[in-house]
Design a protein around this ligand. Structure first.
Ligand code: FE2
Ligand code: FE2
Length: 148
């Protein structure tokens, strides 16, 4: 598998991304690190990592993260829960499609595979905007219930 010619910028957590709940901020940091590690592997042309260990590890972590956020939505009767859960589900669909397509592309040696890799590179942007526009909205509600 050939690497990409342009190296992806590293995603770095900064205090603008804070949702004001330490446990959740810490998880967002870990997720950005997962993405950086995947991006490095794309750049270096390590194909196996996509359908392999790295992506699955990240997915498992992300799944637990979503479950936790959604558990708090229920617990605190969060008004924005429905829209937020829809966002989480759309993300899970995106990952599932990516995995199916990359398995197909690898087994058929399809050059379109590169586009699948590029779609993976969007993950960091997805996360940054999800945290900024969706996760940050629950801060007030979560903090109001004593979660900090
Ligand atoms: Fe989150
Ligand atoms: Fe979220």
């Amino acid at each position: 598998m050939k690497g990409l010619s342009k190296k992806q910028e590293k995603f770095k957590w900064n205090s603008d991304y804070s949702v004001n709940v330490k446990e959740i901020d810490d998880q967002h940091k870990v997720i950005l690190e997962f993405i950086n590690s995947l991006n490095d592997k794309v750049f270096n042309g390590v194909a196996e990592s996509f359908i392999g260990k790295n992506l699955r590890e990240m997915e498992e972590y992300v799944e637990r993260h979503f479950v936790m956020e959604e558990k708090y939505f229920t617990q605190f009767n969060y008004a924005g829960a429905e829209d937020h859960i829809r966002e989480h589900n759309a993300y899970k669909e995106k990952i599932k499609k990516f995995e199916q397509n990359s398995i197909k592309a690898i087994s058929s040696d399809d050059p379109d595979y590169i586009f699948e890799l590029i779609s993976l590179l969007d993950l960091g942007d997805w996360w940054v905007s999800h945290v900024l526009y969706h996760d940050k909205k629950y801060s007030k509600c979560f903090n109001g219930h004593g979660l900090i």
